[in-house]
Design a protein around this ligand. Structure first.
Ligand code: ADP
Length: 473
């Protein structure tokens, strides 16, 4: 087949365009720390929104009692009941109920949507309390994970900025989300208080902190990507005076929208962005998260196919956006069979490209590797950027002098909680990311930094925050 050399050239250009040597990653680290600072200095000061959460006490492990959580963020919602024994004992998660949101409610009214949720919640509570201890708490406490853009007013209330993900309930925009739920709960006769209104990264941080008090940041790598971390209150310049300068507050970075000229960008990224419904938005996310990695790989294969015969005639499937999903590129990338049978299968079944020779299949694996490695290494730079901002990167950061021994800085143990299907299911992504964190920090510092997976921050984490923000806490 003709064009092999042209295809190799496409690959080489991709590798050059996606290069992430440590020096460049350090520039991304610096840019992240600078943008964080700018976003904290003034409203609109950076592409990083750096949203205040008003969460200033994270669970410590001593929480006790029964707490509920409601997780609403997409086409399903979940209700949980979590029993905490104090002393960081094992979380006894009594039950979870998961239900799809009926399509028509996604575009109805807030009364209808929250009425439906409140009814489900009430049924769940009644079922649960019938089968377990009859001694009911006076008021039940709820942690509410609401994964849409919210302007927080306090740790338990905030107004909806806009709907995303197919929801469109116009009367809700600008209204207090907790109040809408609270109102429907009382209408249905359910005695429950929204003790915390959070997004999913904050839940992950809460769960991480519950397990390990050295946890200072949380990052999600799933369909999208986002991060939050614990900031000193006096570093949040944009609301000085409003906050007491003692203590800290969790800041929701909305880091998917991060951008820097140091990010290695290819023509495939430019095209993907240009053809997306939100051009110039979520630039970091478009290079890193599970929603997009597969589509970057598709674009490269399309280019290779158009420039050569190595894939046979150009398959029309290669023109279909998002047809190649990230779990598929993971499966191809991690295909360890000698003949790359999984690669052949996906090329045949998904892209309708049959009979791809072995050397071309190897090329496809290499494309997956380049795209995922770049994503993982940029993700690592983002994490180190957070550590740098809070002085946990081994260079003393803002809090200079503290803990210095001679010119040596004593590094405190630092834990970052991580969640999301991309990180937990895609081994190569995980390994590349951890490797890059260590490379950027250097081994001496990296040995104090722990990346730790948590499970279900948006559920259990929300219940934990209800506990640490409960009326009786
Ligand atoms: P969410 O959609 O709320 O982010 P998850 O955290 O479970 O939910 O992440 C799901 C995403 O993780 C998927 O959209 C996909 O991009 C990615 N993912 C899931 N499984 C795999 C896999 N085996 N390999 C690579 N990525 C995966």
């Amino acid at each position: 087949r003709r064009g092999w050399r042209r295809v190799v050239r496409v690959l080489e250009e991709l590798e050059e365009g996606c290069a992430t040597p440590v020096g460049r990653l350090r520039q991304v680290v610096d840019a992240m720390a600078v943008e964080m600072h700018a976003g904290l200095a003034s409203e609109g000061g950076s592409k990083l929104k750096m949203l205040l959460t008003y969460v200033n006490n994270l669970p410590t492990g001593t929480e006790k009692g029964i707490f509920y959580a409601l997780d609403l963020g997409g086409t399903n919602f979940r209700v949980l009941r979590v029993k905490l024994g104090g002393q960081r004992s094992v979380i006894i998660e009594n039950d979870v109920d998961r239900q799809p949101i009926p399509q028509h409610l996604m575009t109805s009214t807030s009364e209808e949507l929250f009425g439906f949720i409140a009814t489900s919640l009430k049924d769940f509570v009644e079922r649960e309390e019938n089968v377990s201890e009859p001694s009911l708490p006076e008021t039940r406490e709820l942690g509410f994970t609401f994964s849409f853009p919210v302007k927080q007013i306090s740790s338990s209330s905030g107004t909806l900025i806009k709907w995303t993900k197919g929801f469109s309930i116009q009367d809700m925009v600008g209204r207090d989300v907790s109040q809408c739920l609270q109102q429907e709960m009382s209408r249905k006769g359910l005695n429950m208080r929204v003790a915390a209104l959070i997004n999913d990264t904050v839940g992950t941080l809460a769960l991480g902190h519950y397990h390990d008090e050295d946890t200072v940041a949380a990052v999600i790598f799933g369909t999208g990507t986002n991060a939050c971390y614990l900031e000193r209150a006096d570093a949040i310049i944009k609301c000085q005076g409003l906050l007491s300068t003692s203590g800290g507050m969790v800041v929701n970075m909305e880091w998917g929208n991060f951008w820097s000229s140091h990010l290695p960008r290819t023509s495939y990224d430019v095209d993907l962005d240009g053809e997306s419904p939100n051009p110039n938005d979520q630039g970091f996310e478009k290079m890193i998260s599970g929603m997009y990695l597969g589509d970057i790989v598709r674009r490269v294969i399309l280019q290779m196919s158009e420039e050569s015969d190595v894939f046979g005639p150009v398959s029309s499937k290669l023109h279909v956006p998002f047809i190649l999903r990230t779990p598929m590129i993971a499966a191809m990338h991690e295909d360890d069979s000698p003949n790359l049978t999984e690669v052949a299968r996906i090329l045949r079944d998904t892209l309708q490209i049959p009979d791809v020779p072995l050397n071309v299949r190897k090329l496809v694996v290499k494309v997956c590797d380049v795209v995922t490695r770049r994503a993982a290494r940029l993700a690592a730079a983002g994490i180190v950027g957070i550590l740098k901002k809070i002085g946990r990167d081994g260079n003393g950061g803002v809090a200079g002098g503290k803990g210095k021994v001679g010119s040596q800085i004593k590094m405190r143990r630092t834990v970052v909680a991580v969640e999301g299907g991309l990180y937990t299911n895609y081994t190569m992504f995980r390994e590349y990311m951890n490797e890059a964190v260590a490379q950027i920090l250097g081994d001496n510092v990296a040995e104090h930094v722990v990346i730790r997976v948590t499970d279900d921050g948006s559920g259990i984490g929300a219940a934990l925050l209800a506990a640490s923000h409960s009326a009786t806490a």
